[in-house]
Design a protein around this ligand. Structure first.
Ligand SMILES: [Fe+2]
Length: 462
């Protein structure tokens, strides 16, 4: 039975981890501090150490640093189990040869998988020697097998077959071989999906700078001339493997963080949408007669933007801006908004303020700077007769010109307390009449096309 030591300053974490691991038939010993952990490691042999990073007296990285300096326990296999997300911790953990770095809290199945994988990994790297000369093969094997696991094959073809079965950590490749030579074999290996980044060192007796350059350019990681000095060759291989290990570790980390970021971005997007919908609901609730107005105007505006060929991001901006175009109504007294009889000039003046009030509210959302544009200018007219600024033509921001058509269309095609939705023919005539005076002709034309396609008059308040 494999024995695991868990070091964590939180008794609750210790209990939980112990429980999970014991249920999976591991023998588990726990320690509440780094120092206690180091002492235990020196007393009894452990197959694996699960180590917390944030601990009060001595943090996990320091614990591992010390372990790596005590020869009897230096090779201890370690998994960091931590709530930390710091990049420097990760890099340190990789430098200290931690087998894994697991984010707390983690699901039991994740913990068990990581522990199982750590046990399955053999610490010694696997080298594949590809060399047609039996003597040279034996010498190379001899030079490396004290430090690494070594497998040998005698041709490029055999190397490719070997790679179908297992992937070594590195290939030492003879350059001159009958049949497929080293370079050809290398290029074939690079075509294999899981071998694109497999480090390959070429070995040859040739003293040929041009060949050496060619091999480097082809992507070889190093070049060892035969005969070689075993110690130096081992050192070179060790360094390259170490670099490769760090690189892989960082790649995995980048992938993990990217996935996390994408997930957060998705959450923020969802949240934004929900808040905008909630706010739109509040606007419509203020004015009981315009139920669903905000979302219908948003739908129509989005469709106009789509037909204009806008990209996804712009379409979304327009949709949200349209959804909140009347947000300023929240600041207008209910008795004026809900008034069904003729409004006085003063009351009209108060209603007109919803544009400026809306802009003011939405300006505070700095992450969506275009949101406030629709609110301020959706009552401008193309001929300059609108409010609040009397802008005309293309001086009116495009978003507002789009919302303006959609807004008026919905006002006419929805029910009011004093009338039913107008007929599609009347609505169409009104849009046509406002083309170039109230509305930008381009957007009026798109709206007219939408009306004409809507043969069953579905675009209205149902
Ligand atoms: Fe409005």
């Amino acid at each position: 039975m494999e024995r695991i030591l868990v070091v964590d300053d939180e008794p609750m974490n210790l209990k939980l981890t112990k429980f999970i691991l014991e249920n999976a038939d591991y023998e588990v010993v726990t320690a509440e501090s780094g120092m206690a952990g180091i002492e235990l490691l020196q007393e009894i042999p452990f197959d694996l150490l699960l180590l917390d990073i944030e601990m009060p007296d001595m943090d996990g990285l320091e614990v591992l640093r010390r372990i790596r300096n005590i020869p009897a326990i230096a090779k201890t296999k370690v998994i960091f189990l931590t709530a930390s997300n710091s990049q420097s911790d990760l890099t340190d953990a990789a430098r200290l040869h931690a087998a894994r770095f697991v984010q707390k809290p983690c699901l039991p199945e994740v913990l068990l998988r990581v522990v199982r994988e750590a046990f399955e990994e053999t610490t010694a790297s696997l080298l594949l020697i590809v060399d047609d000369e039996p003597m040279s093969r034996a010498l190379t094997k001899n030079a490396f097998e004290s430090l690494f696991r070594v497998e040998c094959v005698s041709s490029g073809q055999e190397a490719l077959s070997f790679l179908q079965e297992s992937i070594p950590d590195m290939i030492l490749m003879d350059l001159y071989m009958p049949g497929m030579d080293g370079l050809e074999t290398f290029l074939e290996i690079r075509k294999l999906d899981n071998c694109r980044h497999l480090p390959v060192i070429f070995m040859t007796a040739a003293d040929d700078n041009a060949t050496e350059l060619e091999l480097f350019q082809a992507g070889a990681v190093d070049f060892i001339r035969k005969p070689f000095i075993a110690e130096i060759a081992r050192e070179r291989v060790k360094r390259i493997l170490e670099l490769q290990r760090l690189q892989n570790f960082l790649h995995e980390e980048v992938d993990r963080r990217t996935a996390q970021l994408l997930d957060s971005a998705r959450k923020v997007k969802r949240l934004t949408k929900q808040i905008i919908f909630a706010l739109a609901g509040a606007i419509d609730a203020k004015d009981a007669y315009t139920n669903g107005h905000s979302s219908r105007v948003a739908e129509y505006s989005r469709e106009i933007a789509r037909r204009m060929g806008k990209d996804e991001e712009e379409i979304e901006d327009i949709y949200y801006a349209a959804m909140l175009h009347d947000v300023g109504k929240i600041g207008i007294p209910r008795d004026i908004i809900g008034k069904t009889s003729q409004l006085t000039e003063e009351e009209f003046e108060v209603i007109r303020e919803h544009t400026v009030k809306g802009e003011k509210i939405l300006k505070t959302i700095s992450e969506l700077p275009r949101l406030s544009i629709g609110a301020r200018w959706h009552h401008e007219r193309y001929d300059g007769g609108g409010y609040p600024d009397g802008l005309s033509g293309n001086d009116i921001p495009e978003i507002a010109r789009i919302i303006c058509v959609a807004d008026c269309y919905d006002a006419m095609s929805s029910n009011r307390c004093y009338r039913k939705a107008l007929s599609q023919r009347i609505v169409r005539d009104e849009i046509l009449r406002g083309r170039g005076t109230q509305f930008d002709p381009i957007f009026a034309d798109i709206m007219l096309a939408m009306i004409d396609e809507d043969t069953r008059y579905r675009m209205r308040e149902m």
